[in-house]
Design a protein around this ligand. Structure first.
Ligand SMILES: CC(C)(COP(=O)(O)OP(=O)(O)OC[C@H]1O[C@@H](n2cnc3c(N)ncnc32)[C@H](O)[C@@H]1OP(=O)(O)O)[C@@H](O)C(=O)NCCC(=O)NCCS
Length: 164
């Protein structure tokens, strides 16, 4: 995504842009706040920021002129494949349920399409009600179930969406 995407969610102005290395501390903090297991490590987040085959998007809220990182999404692409994979999406727990996840997912889909991908795939824990609701509301179709996928043995549901 070349230009920052600005949209309004609830009251604060939300800016979504590719992550920079100076976002690393806030991204690690978000990872800890949003996930209790299967967290990405700091070095994996740093790699995602720098990698040419990945996009890490951050959502920033402009609260009283103070910019705060309130969400993020990571996309992976493979050479020769038109399928992008959303490997992570997270919203700061204090900002959950106000539409931020939807805004970040829109931006992730735009980024995948801008890189020539026709489909976006993802996995979600079978017990992740908020994630499943977010994806199904936005036209993702479940096409596979993978048993024992996560650290604690929970199964994953795989979803795909054709990007317009
Ligand atoms: C999944 C996640 C990104 C959604 O972000 P969000 O900003 O809360 O999403 P939205 O506000 O756009 O809402 C998504 C939908 O889920 C619903 N929802 C929120 N919490 C829910 C819950 N606990 N159970 C069921 N549905 C829930 C919302 O009502 C909304 O549905 P609607 O569009 O019909 O109103 C966020 O909950 C999160 O960061 N979770 C922790 C990390 C995670 O699980 N990531 C996904 C797997 S990688």
């Amino acid at each position: 995504m070349s230009a920052a995407l600005q949209q309004r969610a609830a009251t604060p102005v939300i800016t979504i842009r590719p992550a920079r290395i100076e976002d690393l501390d806030a991204l690690v903090a978000l990872e800890h706040a949003a996930f209790s297991i299967d967290r990405a490590e700091r070095r994996a987040i740093r790699h995602a920021i720098r990698s040419a085959s990945m996009t890490l998007l951050v959502a920033l809220a402009d609260d009283d002129a103070r910019e705060m990182l309130v969400g993020a999404a990571t996309l992976e692409r493979r050479k020769g494949s038109r399928n992008a994979r959303l490997s992570s999406i997270a919203v700061s727990p204090a900002r959950a349920g106000i539409g931020l996840g939807g805004l970040i997912l829109d931006a992730a889909e735009s980024d995948a399409a801008a890189h020539g991908c026709t489909h976006l795939r993802l996995e979600v824990r079978a017990d992740n009600g908020a994630g499943i609701r977010l994806y199904e509301r936005r036209g993702y179709a479940r096409f596979a179930v993978i048993a024992d996928y996560y650290e604690d043995g929970m199964e994953a549901w795989r979803y795909v969406k054709a990007l317009s």
